[in-house]
Ligand binder design. Structure first.
Ligand code: ADP
Ligand code: MG
Length: 607
């Protein structure tokens, strides 16, 4: 329960709505309990009418009823009295219905507002969390928390709370009225109800446990099915359809068994509830009947009590349901709190910590970095300097630490040791948006949104760019001609809901997205790996000529000789092993020279 205190701030935010909601609940229940009162009154009238000889014990009615029906004493016609009573019951029911409508309108609507606020809170927090967080949590998990867990918490702030207040007031009002009419009978009749509540709570816990199991089995089943669809080509080519079917069948059998078990428990639920209610009714009629032998006025009490018991059926049986809703909400809020309490590892600097201009000068000063969750040391004492406008190539094998350098420059992570500087300032002092706006980054695993190509290219821009600019960027990324050939040109939707582009096309659209932004620094992480050598050369040439004043860093595992790079950095195993210009490195006859011989001179790569 303590986890749920995290939503109290929202109750406070919507306190007026909540308070008015509670008033609606109380008043609607007040009208609910009037119906048995008035019915009792009618029965008494009938009694009087039939046996005027037996006065019996005069009864006391609820204040409102006394006022309402007091005037009726003046009416002489018996049938008029009955008709007036019926109309009153009808009016009371309508009033109650209207109030219930407003009760839902206030409390359930409040819970929707809270749900909305909480979703935004979680989403906002997600966006602040660092790359390390996203590596340790699966997308499915994140989706689940923002969707499933938030809506479970809403079941607490809305329905659970509303039913609870409703139940509490209805029980109190009914018990008070029953007590006033006949305390002894009330005690006898109400005795089975707590047992009923406890039983229902227990049964509900079993149902909850079973349904959680069924839920998780279902999720396994879905994951299993989903994998077989996405991996269908692998399954077919390895002729594993049978094995997959067997696996699916086993999962599905398990699911069926559990679902049937759940249905069985649920089937016991309602009959056992009926039994308890029947028992209370029986007690009323038996003991009430005994009393009525001595006092005919008691007949109206029996009638009213039977009505009360039926009225209490739903609220009492919902106790267990409400309790399990609250339990689930608490578990969900606990999961949400885990996220909300996670402090982003990359922190925004204090406002005003940076006063200067971002330039294209980059300094890595003795930088070491270890990935926290795996303990892999990806960089060891890396130092290099890049001057504004330089074109730099970083070469290294897979796993040598190239992408890590890029991610540190963007501050997706902070270095474990050493500093990264841009324009003479430590990047940790720069506001994150300023830093990231100054760098155009094409990640190794390119990503396009389900949007038009135009939308994808202009993604990083503040305002809408004219189509000429977009085409120009695409042309420099050597993709314009191919886009124009698509059915809807730049308006063609790509990604999951549209045309599937090839790996190389995706890379070039991403490059166009980076080129149009025109920042100080451009960073391409293995962004040409799926592009043929000729196109690759022309794109790199474009970088050199068009972005003369910009700093351009190209990460690759291949050598490019078409362009005279100002600096070539060779990394291996997290270290910089060689550094210099093409000519200097060839002279050294080290790793670079060897690679050059292998990739270029041997003719593997066209010049
Ligand atoms: P490259 O880009 O040169 O292929 P990376 O910088 O991606 O190399 O990786 C360097 C080392 O760090 C590798 O050993 C890799 O396994 C590890 N590594 C990379 N990314 C992560 C990550 N997110 N979490 C843990 N280890 C990582
Ligand atoms: Mg990489």
């Amino acid at each position: 329960m303590k986890h749920l205190s995290a939503v109290n701030k929202y109750f406070w935010k919507y306190r007026y709505r909540f308070f008015i909601g509670i008033i609606f609940v109380v008043t609607s229940n007040y009208f609910t309990v009037l119906a048995p009162e008035i019915t009792g009154y009618v029965v008494d009238k009938v009694q009087q009418h039939l046996s005027a000889t037996h006065p019996g014990t005069p009864k006391k009615y609820d204040g409102f009823v006394t006022y309402l029906l007091g005037n009726m004493e003046k009416i002489n016609s018996f049938s008029t009295v009955v008709v007036v009573c019926c109309v009153t019951i009808l009016l009371v029911a309508i009033l109650r219905g209207v109030l219930m409508f407003f009760m839902r309108q206030t409390i359930i609507v409040m819970s929707r507002h809270i749900e909305y606020d909480q979703k935004n809170e979680v989403y906002k927090h997600y966006q602040q969390l660092d790359a390390g967080f996203y590596k340790t949590h699966s997308t499915g998990d994140l989706m689940n928390r923002i969707a499933e867990d938030v809506s479970r918490v809403r079941m607490y702030t809305g329905p659970a709370l509303m039913y609870f207040i409703n139940l509490l007031t209805l029980i109190i009002l009914s018990v008070v009225n029953m007590w006033r009419q006949d305390a002894r009978l009330a005690m006898i009749v109400l005795a089975p109800l707590p047992i009923l509540s406890v039983t229902i709570y227990l049964v509900n816990s079993i149902i909850h446990k079973k349904s959680t199991k069924v839920q998780s089995l279902l999720s396994d089943l879905t994951t299993n099915a989903q994998e077989s669809y996405s991996g269908i080509r692998v399954i077919k080519s390895f002729v594993q359809e049978r094995a997959m079917l067997g696996f699916f069948g086993k999962n599905s059998e398990e699911y069926r068994k559990n679902a049937i078990g759940l249905a069985k428990v649920e089937a016991i639920y309602f009959p056992s509830m009926g039994l308890m209610i029947g028992l209370s009714t029986l007690l009323t009629i038996y003991f009430g009947g005994m009393e009525a032998l001595a006092d005919p006025y008691k007949i109206s009490v029996i009638v009213a009590f039977v009505m009360y018991i039926n009225m209490l059926t739903f609220p009492v049986s919902s106790v267990g349901w409400v309790a399990s809703m609250v339990q689930r909400a608490a578990a969900s809020q606990k999961r949400l709190n885990e996220f909300l309490d996670t402090v982003p590892a990359v922190q925004q600097p204090a406002i005003g910590a940076f006063a200067g201009n971002v330039t294209g000068d980059i300094v890595f000063n003795n930088v070491s970095f270890t990935y926290a969750h795996t303990g892999i040391q990806a960089l060891k004492n890396v130092s290099f300097t890049v001057k504004q406008g330089q074109k730099v190539l970083i070469i290294g094998k897979t796993g040598s630490g190239k992408s890590t350098i890029a991610q540190l420059l963007l501050r997706f992570y902070d270095p474990s040791e050493g500093t990264v500087g841009i324009g003479g300032a430590n990047i940790a002092k720069m506001p994150l948006p300023l830093l990231r706006n100054s760098i155009s980054y094409v990640p190794q695993d390119v990503f396009l949104f389900s949007d038009s190509i135009e939308g994808n290219i202009s993604f990083g821009l503040q305002q809408k760019a004219p189509i000429e600019n977009i085409r120009n960027a695409a042309a420099n990324a050597a993709i314009d001609a191919e886009i124009m050939e698509l059915p809807a040109g730049y308006q063609t939707t790509v990604g999951e809901r549209g045309v599937t582009l090839s790996g190389g096309q995706k890379q070039r659209v991403s490059i166009a997205r980076a080129l149009i932004k025109q920042p100080q620094i451009m960073l391409f992480d293995d962004s040409l790996s799926a592009v043929d050598a000729k196109t690759e050369n022309s794109i790199i040439n474009n970088f050199k000529t068009l972005e003369a004043d910009k700093t351009v860093i190209i990460i690759t595992h291949r050598i490019f000789t078409v362009v005279n790079f100002d600096q070539i950095i060779i990394v291996e195993d997290g270290h910089i092993i060689e550094q210099g210009t093409h000519a200097q490195l060839l002279e050294r006859e080290g790793y670079y020279a060897e690679l050059y011989n292998l990739q270029v001179l041997s003719g593997l790569q066209p010049q």
